[in-house]
Design a protein around this ligand. Sequence first.
Ligand code: GLV
Ligand code: GLV
Length: 336
Amino acid sequence: MNPNQPLFKVFVTRRIPEVGLKRIEPYAQIEVWEDELPPPKDILLEKVRGIDGLLCLLTDPIDAAVMDAAGPSLKVISQYAVGYDNIDISSATRRGIPVGNTPGVLTDATADLAWALLMAAARRIVEADRYTRAGKWKTWGPQTLLGASVAGATIGIVGFGRIGQAMAKRARGFDMRILYHDLRPNPQAAAETGAQFTSLDLLLAKSDFVTIHTWLSEESHHLFNDETLRKMKPTAILINTARGQIVDPDALYRALKNGVIAYAALDVTEPEPIPMDSPLLQLENLIIVPHIGSASVASRSRMAEMAAENLIAGLKGEELPNCINPQVYSRPKARP
Ligand code: GLV
Ligand code: GLV
């Protein structure tokens, strides 16, 4: 690196795995927000002033105000996640700022977690652990903690992107009947996994397990509500590892409380974190974990590297390896 070359300035909104930061070091002066909690909005607005690159998390709302606070020096926004509903993409595009994300490297980690939740809900693992620790294990009980069969059951996958397809592969190993719904059928991926395209209604009616892998959008916001939950089997189990806002939490509470569906397992909630006074936390037939879908050591390290690669490319004015808004490259150059 040419010692005379001015270093870029970068703000990183939380400490990410070191491999990512190490990669950025030769290119930029890095300021890392060291708190466990995200930077409050007013501090974020102050920290971004005059930066060249922003590396952010799904917990940071990145809107036009943040971009304007950064000013015309801002060359890239690099999201340490695959989902990016926290970022106002159209505002970034209008300003000619490329936004990067980290697809692919967390697909298996997230599908592994969704699968773990599916198994844990089916066989009531978390309840059973509580039962044991509470000293209730007095004998082998012929009817104790009976759960649902996974092998041979029907799984309905809502959202058949990378993670949805990875779930289908897992389901295939368990000899499940696999249904999927997406805005567009994907016959090739379906053929590879033996999944069958259906309407959402049919999927809800037929599935023993319904697992959500769609992006958050206007169409998917509260897609699971009183009406859709009622279309599921009373024995059905719902798994959400996508985004909390896809499931209406009040409707889910009513459904679980009143036996409309049997069980749910959530890695994501609305809001996040779940408030400690949420009635959902009173339910035995619900498992909640704190948005840890991508939380394997390998996956988070790869995400850090990819976020760094996107950031560095943006700083150098090169095309991001994983760009959410490639339209910025076909527009007349908006900035020097
Ligand atoms: C996690 O939720 C992600 O979008 O990467
Ligand atoms: C995310 O990786 C998806 O496309 O499901």
